[in-house]
Design a protein. Structure first.
Length: 442
């Protein structure tokens, strides 16, 4: 993380292990378990091939293809991240109830801590646009809401009155940092690795490259959106090249892969804004700044240094209730729905046709059809990601979103409708200008 903050071109983008990357690694682990393959060696070779492919894409200018990505793809892709957060949180809250016997005290206590963490984080986040306290205090509460929520949950879980009722499980972290293996992963036959492992890693590496390429560039595109008011230009190729180098280093050591993280990146931009709009719907819920954004490498560097320094706090981290993480996931998932046009239009499907908002420019039936198409794509992505037999292939479905927008969507919706519901592709903009440049002789 520190390397990316120092070397990348757009320091407002934050990298980290993402939910989609975790899902892919889980699928790779399941594949190795099924066939008895050496996971760490296959993991390392997959990352090595992926690193080389990412470097070739960056040096070859492939990031210019990001111009083919529109809000249609952004909303569905970010919707997958939202559902991943919410589904993980709900599953973690519900699972203890099914595993517990007749005594449901601990599951109810865990659920209360999770929901309480969510409530505290949401209240702190809402304070920014609230009428109470001075702006400095409101901004501090909003920026540090998740931290305040986690500290509150930890204190409450360890409070004597609650601790006497039931023991709350803390985070499952070791007392000392130790990999339990050599730092470098064995890669060659001399280290006991079969000769076929490098070749077997090629196909997973292609899929991982596709996932990283889309995840990195879509997140960078969202961060560099003009609505965020960043002054520094986008540097897609350089950022992807830096990610390639980081992927290589992490793969050699068998550590979790890192790529641009949408939630952390948008939170970073939001926290560094000097002014914000009032709460007036989807735009303010998205946390898009209306004032100047302080663009610096210092925050990204310090954040990742502090994350590394948390190794010294492992005994304290064991005090944090594990259920509080579920509450934090709920908060992050709900927060990401703000500013997502798909989630903003979703309730309109169930509204009375006579009660549709006056701000809706296109016909309600057109907006509903566009929303239904996005919902269908999102469902397909979620199914591919969730089913173990297809989980390794879901990055290819993300690419299909671009193909759907390029070929199918223009056949179903007019250019005027797309200009309102989505955004026009470069070729669609060129076509719309052709009558102006070449007027008819009549």
């Amino acid at each position: 993380g520190v390397s990316y903050a120092v070397l990348c071109g757009q320091p407002m983008t934050m990298i980290g292990p993402t939910g989609l990357t975790f899902a892919y690694v889980t699928a790779l682990w399941g594949l190795c378990q099924t066939f008895g393959w050496p996971f760490l060696s296959l993991y390392a070779w997959t990352g090595i091939w992926c690193s080389g492919l990412l470097a070739l894409l960056a040096c070859g200018g492939a990031c210019s293809l990001v111009s083919l990505v529109t809000q249609f793809t952004d909303d569905v892709f970010n919707g997958l991240i939202v559902i991943t957060f919410l589904a993980t949180a709900c599953r973690n809250i519900a699972a203890p109830f099914a595993a517990a016997g007749m005594d449901k005290t601990v599951p109810f206590l865990d659920a209360g801590i999770a929901l309480g963490t969510f409530a505290v984080a949401a209240l702190c986040n809402a304070a920014r646009s609230g009428p109470y306290f001075r702006p400095v205090i409101r901004n501090l509460l909003a920026d540090f809401g998740p931290v305040i929520a986690m500290v509150t949950a930890t204190v409450a879980a360890r409070y004597s009155s609650i601790a006497s009722v039931a023991s709350v499980n803390g985070l499952a972290v070791p007392s000392v940092f130790d990999l339990g293996r050599p730092l470098l992963v064995p890669l060659l036959p001399s280290g006991g690795v079969p000769l076929w492992v490098p070749a077997a890693a090629v196909v997973p590496a292609l899929l991982l490259t596709l996932l990283f390429f889309l995840d990195q560039n879509i997140t960078s595109r969202v961060v560099n959106n003009p609505s965020n008011g960043l002054r520094k230009g986008a540097t897609y190729h350089l950022d992807l090249l830096v990610v390639a180098g980081i992927t290589l280093a992490l793969s050699l050591m068998g550590l979790p892969w890192m790529v641009a993280a949408t939630v952390q990146s948008l939170s970073h931009v939001r926290a560094m804004a000097t002014a914000t709009p009032p709460s007036d719907g989807a735009t303010s819920a998205a946390g898009k700044p209306s004032g100047e954004v302080v663009e610096t490498r210092l925050t990204g560097t310090l954040v990742h240094l502090l994350i590394g320094g948390s190794v010294a706090l492992l005994p304290l981290l064991r005090l944090v209730p594990a259920s509080a993480i579920s509450g934090l996931f709920l908060f992050l998932g709900m927060r990401m729905t703000g500013g997502n046009a798909f989630f903003a239009r979703l309730p309109l499907l169930f509204r009375d046709p006579e009660k549709q908002p006056s701000s809706l420019v296109v016909k309600p039936s057109t907006a509903h059809a566009f929303t239904a198409l996005q919902a269908f794509c999102l469902t397909g992505l979620w199914v591919m990601r969730s089913v173990p037999a297809t989980a390794l292939l879901f990055p290819s479905v993300i690419l299909m979103l671009v193909a759907v927008r390029l070929r199918l969507v223009p056949r179903l919706f007019s250019r005027d409708d797309l200009e309102v519901l989505d955004e026009l592709l470069p070729e669609e903009i060129a076509q719309s200008r052709m009558p102006e440049r070449f007027p008819s002789s009549a």
